[in-house]
Design a protein around this ligand. Structure first.
Ligand code: 13P
Length: 250
């Protein structure tokens, strides 16, 4: 089954830098992705999307995703980007609920559900992020937090019966940018919980891991049976690291 590597470029690159990196990825990673049956999804910041879409136009193993979308279809929402616009300019995926936005923007469950609805209506494949904070982990609340965080996705999916696919990225907040990665059994436990919580959607939902994925972690993360791929932040802005991450999948 095809696996996904999602590069969340956050705000690390300018529009020109993003286009240049996308050109290199298109030229040098497309064959490797095809050999390893990987779809490489590049998620630049909004202003860089156009350039990245053009840069990967001839690379069929690559795709473009957005880092967020608006919770409304259109209207007086300064600074927001509509899911339909993202689709129009060539995005196929959208990250929703990233913890850097959940925390800063204090996104409510209602907003997240609406964002998912917008993404699904625009035929973007959502990459929905979940994961506990360090405090929640220490308090042994991971399972509880994950159950709660899944609510918007369950609601949105229930109203989109024709939905083809959604990805859930397990991204513990404490693992993002920290160099720490949970061990394989911990990730497997979360995936088993997701299987349980999402009974009835199992044919349409697949799981990614995110948080400090680098070349070393990718080596063993590719062996974790439940995972359909990796969500990579900082390391995905370094071409050599990204190449290794893609290349380590057997
Ligand atoms: P890092 O890979 O830089 O830890 O970021 C993970 C992330 O937030 C991807 O969405």
């Amino acid at each position: 089954m095809q696996k996904l590597v999602v590069g969340n470029w956050k705000m690390y690159l300018t529009a020109n830098q993003a286009r240049s990196l996308a050109q290199i990825c298109a030229a040098q990673l497309n064959d490797l992705c095809r050999e390893n049956d990987i779809k490489l999804v590049l998620c630049p910041s909004a202003e860089a999307i156009n350039g990245v879409v053009q840069a990967i136009a001839d690379a069929d193993a690559l795709a473009v995703g957005a880092q967020d979308c608006a919770s409304e279809q259109s209207g007086a929402f300064t600074g927001q980007v509509a899911a339909a616009s993202l689709k129009e300019i060539g995005c196929a995926y959208v990250i929703i609920g990233h913890s850097e936005l959940r925390v800063r923007g204090a996104e409510s469950d209602d907003q997240l559900e609406k964002k998912l609805q917008q993404a699904l209506a625009a035929e973007l494949t959502p990459i929905f992020c979940i994961g506990e904070t360090l405090q929640e982990k220490k308090a042994d609340q991971t399972n509880h937090v994950i159950k709660e965080q899944l609510a918007p996705l369950k609601k949105a999916m229930a109203s989109f019966k024709s939905l083809k696919k959604a990805y859930i990225a397990y991204e513990p907040v404490w693992a993002i940018g920290s160099g720490l990665v949970p061990d394989a059994p911990t990730i497997e436990n979360v995936c088993a919980q997701l299987d349980q919580e999402l009974q009835g959607y199992s044919d349409r939902v697949r799981y990614l891991y995110g948080g400090s994925v680098d070349a070393d972690a990718a080596r063993w993360l590719w062996q974790v049976p439940h995972l359909a791929g990796l969500l990579v932040g900082k390391a995905s802005t370094d071409f050599q690291l990204l190449k290794k991450i893609v290349g380590y999948k057997q």
